[in-house]
Design a protein around this ligand. Structure first.
Ligand SMILES: [Zn+2]
Length: 71
């Protein structure tokens, strides 16, 4: 059974219309090679891309945000 919610919990790949898998908060991947990151939106993954989390200070809180690193 499939639940449809209006929250941004699930992302749909614009290329193949499949549900994307979440790696971190703010970072989703699809099998077809598309990814979504909170800061930039959809993009196509390349083998040089590595994903990680960066700690950022927002006000007096430490937030973890996904970042793309390149080899
Ligand atoms: Zn896809």
């Amino acid at each position: 059974m499939e639940k449809l919610s209006k929250t941004s919990k699930g992302k749909i790949s614009p290329k193949c219309n499949r549900k994307m898998k979440q790696q971190f908060i703010g970072l989703f991947h699809c099998k077809c090679g598309m990814s979504w990151i909170k800061t930039t939106g959809f993009f196509e993954r390349t083998p040089e891309m590595v994903f990680g989390l960066k700690r950022m200070k927002v006000g007096n809180k430490i937030k973890q945000v996904p970042v793309i690193k390149h080899y």
